[in-house]
Design a binder for this molecule. Structure first.
Ligand SMILES: C[S@@+](CC[C@H](N)C(=O)[O-])C[C@H]1O[C@@H](n2cnc3c(N)ncnc32)[C@H](O)[C@@H]1O
Length: 227
């Protein structure tokens, strides 16, 4: 495996996100604020608790050797992923997030990799399981959301765990109904049928798709296994 930063990302990762969003994640202040939010705000704590139940349901007692957590952020999911594999690569575009991650978990990851999720600097089938949580809905273009997913399928040998914002969720339906009045931009969504089709195309079968909450959230967590 390459050491961190051995492959400087070719793709300018700032482009796929709304202006300012990635700069915020890249800044030390933004990275610390993200961690503080998740540690202190009640709705974030609740969401992490719900998510953990979903991971237990999706991954069961899956054991593997090497997991890629991309984007890892400050390592919110690192302890959980370590329960499934002795080696976890924490990867993110933001150097500040990776620094915080390393500090938070005493450098316990197998590696810290700064890279773009649209161009993962790992060979095909390099990891057993590729995990992408809470990135897809930040990618503005459908083509980038699909490109990221294809990259996960490319580097994963056995499984992919992906979260995305569902086009068909109640939250998105309401957003679309209100759009002519409140002029809020549309959410960056994916349709489960499309996600399933991409998986099939890349040799993966969709095993489960679980919403975080049917009413309060549009996030869906999916698990794919190599067919
Ligand atoms: C909402 S956080 C999610 C982090 C982690 N998965 C979690 O659930 O706590 C989004 C992360 O995506 C990273 N990110 C944004 N665009 C990226 C890109 N194009 N490539 C890699 N990482 C990216 C940000 O730096 C940030 O750490």
């Amino acid at each position: 495996l390459p050491p961190p930063n051995a492959h400087p990302p070719q793709h300018r990762a700032a482009e796929p996100l709304a202006p300012g969003k990635l700069a915020n994640y890249e800044s030390q202040r933004g990275a610390h604020a993200y961690r503080q939010d998740h540690e202190q705000k009640l709705h974030r704590q609740l969401s992490t608790r719900l998510e953990k139940k979903i991971y237990t349901k999706l991954l069961g007692d899956l054991r593997c050797d090497l997991v890629l957590d991309l984007p890892s952020g400050y390592g919110r999911l690192f302890p959980l992923l370590r329960e499934h594999a002795p080696r976890v690569i924490e990867a993110d575009w933001s150097g500040s997030m990776l620094a915080l991650n390393r500090e938070e978990h005493a450098g316990a990851a197998f590696g810290y990799l700064r890279c773009s999720a649209l161009e993962i600097p790992l060979p095909d089938g390099a990891v057993d399981l590729a995990v992408s949580v809470r990135l897809s809905h930040h990618l503005e273009q459908q083509s980038d959301r699909e490109r990221h997913l294809r990259e996960l399928f490319r580097v994963a040998r056995r499984g992919v765990l992906l979260s995305y914002f569902s086009f068909h969720s109640l939250k998105n339906r309401l957003r679309r109904l209100r759009a002519p009045f409140d002029k809020k931009p549309p959410k960056n969504t994916l349709r489960t049928a499309r996600v399933r089709a991409l998986g099939t195309e890349c040799g993966f079968a969709l095993r489960a798709a679980v919403p975080l909450s049917r009413l309060g959230s549009g996030h869906v967590f999916t698990f794919f296994e190599r067919a």
